[in-house]
Design a binder for this molecule. Structure first.
Ligand SMILES: [Zn+2]
Length: 515
């Protein structure tokens, strides 16, 4: 605009003066552009100052929020321990606020994996969250999920809303259970070959099998390293209603989700997923919500079974391994969608490594799974569990459980060496990968952490956990990506997964400095 004004004022001048003026205008214009550049630079700096002031003010005012009075967190052994306490909205707000950094780190990594594997955009997952999942979640967990979004926003100004958080919570069930079901229903041409995941090696033992004849429970979590290296939260939840919970978990997710937890009424819970599971009920209730509700409200194996069956949607179908320290009884709930089966005993052991065993579940829910293919990871680990548990009958305790979670015997090849068939899985070492789960050659996934507890520990609300491979080996991202450029898409998110020490945690634990 200034140029136009000058030009108009200069109109009556002679040609010579006009030319001179034109040159002057060009110079002035250049100077103005330079000044404008300087100005925007200053403006940017000022805006950054303002942003950090706003961020500080937001965090400062939020940190005096009464909802944060009872919460605290600390890091130990690579884990982030967080204490949440209060009504559902308060617990959620604390979760979002205290784990804001971890949620903002985990969200894009999980999102990238979901979008890539399903070839669906994020708007699709938000829509599923809003229209299919949200209406079936009990109000108290809706309030908790809403609280997570609010706490996150209060801490960082994050734009993630409650449907982003619900979609994140569904990361184990929507991409690998709902989407393949939907693709089949819509007869989608060229649909990606999605398979239900094979997460984990676990067992629960009791009676004459264990050293003290009480329950021992142990679990290692198998996932992609991308997700698994972020599965490092110890949640100590003291809800206004229901039982107190101590569980491992994922930032932003209300269930343990891998799963390992104990509650104050004596329930001890873990699971391994059912390989090649097929099926989904769009009218069912989300698995992440049922699993959290069951850990919070079940005081017995019967309660647990009833809550998991209520609105079973088939998502993230698992063999649940349960213990009740009050009775010494253990159980295996093989939770298919069309069929399910519950086994229980006060003297025995149940192991899991991603295989179904009930003939009806095998036939109706996992029609493609071959229980006789001993080369496959689930079956090879089933054999290894049988060997290890039988060899150690009567001697099993938590320290032996820790060793078992770190076991590197490949039962099919009958040799020692970590691969995709060992209880402590290192699939990135295997050219075979695990095709049953669509994990290709050298897939960066395997056992990402381990946990164990016994009845006495459960009574004291204690568990022991190790971040990283339970054997203590490290996974290093840089050399892996250099050797396997086919996984370059993970580069922005994939980090080293270094093993920490076995570390014990208990409910109500305070950070060392606060003791
Ligand atoms: Zn290992």
């Amino acid at each position: 605009m200034p140029y136009a004004i000058y030009a108009k004022e200069l109109l009556p001048m002679s040609d010579g003066i006009r030319r001179l003026a034109a040159v002057l205008i060009l110079i002035a214009g250049a100077a103005l552009l330079w000044l404008a550049g300087q100005h925007s630079h200053d403006a940017e700096a000022a805006r950054n100052d303002l942003d950090s002031t706003v961020a500080y003010a937001r965090e400062h005012s939020a940190s005096s929020d009464p909802r944060l009075k009872a919460t605290y967190s600390f890091e130990r052994g690579g884990w982030v321990y967080v204490h949440l306490e209060g009504d559902p909205a308060t617990i959620g707000f604390q979760h979002g606020y205290m784990l804001a950094k971890e949620i903002e780190d985990a969200f894009p990594a999980v999102q990238a994996g979901m979008v890539r594997s399903t070839q669906r955009d994020w708007a699709f997952f938000r829509q599923v969250a809003r229209e299919m999942l949200w209406p079936k979640i009990d109000p108290e967990y809706q309030q908790e999920l809403q609280g997570i979004a609010e706490g996150l926003s209060a801490r960082t100004g994050s734009q993630l809303d409650v449907y982003d958080i619900v979609a994140l919570n569904s990361f184990e069930e929507v991409p690998d259970y709902y989407v393949p079901w939907l693709n089949k229903k819509e007869k989608l041409a060229g649909a990606p070959n999605l398979k239900s995941p094979g997460n984990c090696s676990a067992f629960v033992a009791t009676g004459s099998w264990t050293k003290d004849h009480q329950i021992v429970i142990a679990h290692n979590n198998w996932t992609s390293y991308l997700n698994g290296e972020r599965w490092r939260i110890i949640f100590d939840i003291q809800p206004a209603h229901g039982y107190r919970i101590l569980m491992d978990g994922f930032p932003g997710v209300i269930a343990s989700d891998d799963d390992f937890g104990i509650n104050s009424d004596g329930l001890m819970v873990t699971e391994t997923t059912i390989t090649q599971f097929e099926g989904w009920d769009p009218n069912g209730k989300p698995e992440f919500f049922r699993a959290r509700k069951a850990l919070q409200y079940a005081g017995s194996i019967d309660d647990y079974t009833r809550i998991m069956l209520d609105g079973n949607n088939g998502g993230y179908a698992n063999d649940w391994l349960l213990g009740d320290r009050k009775t010494g009884e253990i159980a295996q709930l093989e939770l298919g969608l069309k069929a399910y089966k519950l086994w229980r005993t006060k003297d025995g052991v149940f192991a899991g490594s991603n295989w179904a065993r009930d003939p009806k579940v095998l036939k109706e829910d996992t029609p493609q799974f071959d229980p006789n293919d001993m080369t496959s990871s689930p079956n090879a680990r089933r054999v290894r569990w049988e060997q290890l548990l039988n060899e150690n009958k009567g001697k099993i305790d938590v320290s032996l459980a820790q060793q078992m979670l770190a076991d590197h015997v490949d039962s099919f090849e009958n040799k020692t060496g970590a691969d995709e068939r060992t209880l402590c899985g290192h699939v990135e070492t295997s050219a075979r990968g695990v095709s049953l789960w669509e994990w290709g050659a050298f897939y960066p996934g395997g056992a990402v952490q381990g946990k164990a507890a016994d009845s006495a520990m459960a009574k004291g609300m204690r568990l022991i956990a190790r971040l990283g491979h339970p054997c203590g080996d490290d996974f290093l991202a840089k050399p892996f990506l250099a050797a396997h450029p086919e996984f370059a898409w993970q580069e922005p998110f994939l980090r080293d997964l270094k093993a920490g020490p076995w570390t014990e945690f208990h409910s109500g634990e305070m950070p060392a400095a606060a003791k």
